[in-house]
Every structure is written in structure tokens, then in C-alpha cells.
Design a protein around this ligand. Sequence first.
Ligand code: NGQ
Ligand code: ZN
Length: 456
Amino acid sequence: MSETALIHSFQARQLWHDAGWRGDVAFAVDDRGRITQAQGGTPQYLDGWVLPGMPNLHSHAFQRAMAGLAERRGPSDDSFWTWRETMYAFAACIDPDTLQAIAAQLYVEMLKAGYTQVCEFHYLHHRPDATPYAQPEAMSLALIEAAREAGIALTLLPVLYMSGGFDGRPLSPRQRRFGHDVDSYLRLLTTLRKLESEDLRVGVALHSLRAIPEQAWRGVVEHDALKTGPVHIHIAEQIGEVQDCLATRGARPVEWLFDHASIDKRWCLVHATHLTESETAQIARSGAVAGLCPTTEANLGDGLFPLARYLDANGVIGIGSDSHISISPVEELRWLEYGQRLNTRHRNVAARHAGESVGETLWRAALRGGAQAADLPIGTLGEGARADLIVLDQDSPLLAARDSRSAMDSFLFAGNAPMVRNVMAGGKWVVRDFQHRDEARIAARYRSAVERLART
Ligand code: NGQ
Ligand code: ZN
């Protein structure tokens, strides 16, 4: 076979670039699933709005199967902390096969919704009794396999989780299966890094400041293993966490973090909800990504991120679906904007300059920040990038009579039925006419897995 036979050519009626929509754009995809300048045969015409797929920078896959199971009021005032107890009880029932079944279903749903990459913030490492699996990386492998089945790019972030509170207290019985000492964690990281490929990046996650004892901190953040690749951490999500940090460490979480690590573009600060003005400016200046998860933050009653101030300081944002109460970049971005509108009683908050579109501003920002947090060549359809794209449904009545000034806002604000019709991930059509290539089998396996869980 000649080399050109492996190049697939496309012609898009409208293609999204960082600078906006462009009409009648030709592009090609090579056999590695990357965008190439080279030319292939007759182009396939994409008769719709074509956008780079969205990276999902924060996921705890197993939590998808408990979506909707924590919405009934308990005996006391419900909060993030009571939700966490429900989540821990649920986490105790997940084994590698169940995790793979849940994650594959989740990743299929992500692709159908327009996410073409996911960062897994993965801490469910050991058996429920906290002993390691025969293969200590068994749970990580379940996630890798699920991503392969679904066809989504994965940034796996094995989580270091050492203590159960800011005072360095030991993990509670239900947290013990998450735990590592630094050496066993580094062994896991080394094993997983050997598996890196075009579709799999391995980074580092520190669960939170409260999960790393103060005396272990320096050894961890200064370790060579953290000198390259992405580093993600949960931070300042709840007021209780800010108060505990002040009480035990004499500083607010973001303040403490910046005083005890060199925070730069490799870092993703997940949630970063409760910030002072100077913390907001500091994150923006550092170039780190603020990993926003608006539907989860709403569901858990976290609070609202200071979006306007942060964007004015040129802060980098990305979005994640976190607890997976909702799987849709559209809904994340819509909630991000609507939270700000409800809070400020103004409109078009994310658009900081007259004439700017909210939808375009947010999609563009989340592509850029998501790609940075994922540390993969994604988020653009430029030369060498992964061919990760979504094609909107040209038959959707909501897109009728829309032009390049209005299409993105109609996509993000007007749709209830999904408008994502076709999805290419790594150069392969994984979703065609709203159907994932393997959705029936993956859904059937998911159904039996959750039915099994419901009986335990
Ligand atoms: C998690 N989720 O690790 O899944 C956390 C809850 C914690 C969110 N923070 C546990 N949304 O923060 O301790
Ligand atoms: Zn999280």
C-alpha cells in the first residue's frame, strides 16, 4: 500500500479555530490519527459545524454509577461531607471488573456528548480491605482498558493519598483502600509510565492538601517523578477545608500551596472555589489551570468560582465532569456562565469585552486549558494534533439560519437534545449519527455491573 493511501482527507463546511469559524477548510488525518498537511484521496465532506473535541480535565469514573443516589435528604443537614460518606460506602463495592464496566459506559457517554479526552483522577487503588491487588495497578489497568474500548484519549492521574485530614491523621477505614506511602506510590507511577502511548499520558495527582501530611509534603513535591508531566490537586472546594487549613497551617489552602510548591503551567488546581482577590490573581499569574467542574460544584453545594476577575487577569480555565452528575461540556459551560449570572445579576459575564460571544469565549478557553491539563496534543485541529473532533447535527432546527456569529452560542445555550452528531477520536469515527460504535455491548455490561452492585 502506498503511503498516501493511509491519509484520509476531509473538507469541513465550517471549522472552529482559536480565532473563530472558517468556511470550507480542508484537512487530513494520517494513520496515527494526527492532523497532517499531506494530501490523501477524495475528501469526505463534513456538512456541519466541526469543532475540536473537548478535554474533560477531572473525572472520578466510578462515581458515575452513583449519580442520583445521593439526592434524598438524610437525618441531618446534608452537605458535601454527608455526600462524601455516601460516596465512600459506594466506593467500597467497586472491583476492577466493575470499574471497567462503569468507566467504559461513562467514556462512551462522554464521547457522545463531545468530550474526546479525559483526565482520570484515580484513587481507588487497592482492595476494599486496603490490601493491594495481586497486580497492584489492577484498578488503573481497568481504566486504561475502558478508555481503549471506548476510544477516548486518557490522561491517567494516579492519586497520592496519605492522610485523612490537615492534622495528618491516619486514613479512616473507608479511605484506606486509597492510600500509599511515597515509595509504593512511586512504584505505581513507574509501572504506569511504561504504558504511555499516543492515547495514554500518565501524570500525578495529589488528592488534596489534607491528604498529604505536612512533613511529607516537601519530599513529594520535590521528587524527580514530579519534575515532568501534569500535576493535579483538589483545592479550596469547601469553606470547611479553608477553615481547617487556616487552623492547622496558619494559611488559606491556595496561599499555603503557593508558599510550598512552585506552581506553574503543569499544575491543575481543581475547583479552586474559595479564593481571595490575591489568590485569584496568583493562580492566574502562575499559568496553572483552574479545573472547574460547575455541575458537580452545584450538586455538592461548593460555591462559585470568581470567574470575571480571573478571566480579567488572563487566568487559564478548563472543565471537568468530576462526580458525573452530568456528562456534557455544554452543560458544564452553561452552568459556569449561569452561576455567574445568578450571582451577579448581570448577563454575558464570561465575555469580557463588547462584541464577544460567551459561547465562543468559553469553548475556546476550555479547549486551551483542558489541553494544558491533559498534556496531550489536543484542543486544536492544527498540524500534528490528535484528530479529535465533533460534528454538530446539521439537521438540528436550532442551528437553522445560524451563521458564524451565532452558531456556537446556539450550540451552548439553546440545545437540550444533544447536537453532537459525529465524533472522531484519534482519527477514528467513534460516534456516527449519535451512536457509539460499541455502545450496545458496553451498556449491557454496565447494566449487569450496576445490578450486581445494587444487590450487594
Ligand atoms: C473525591 N470529590 O475525591 O472524589 C472528592 C471527594 C474529598 C470532590 N471533592 C472526597 N468533589 O474531597 O475528600
Ligand atoms: Zn474530584
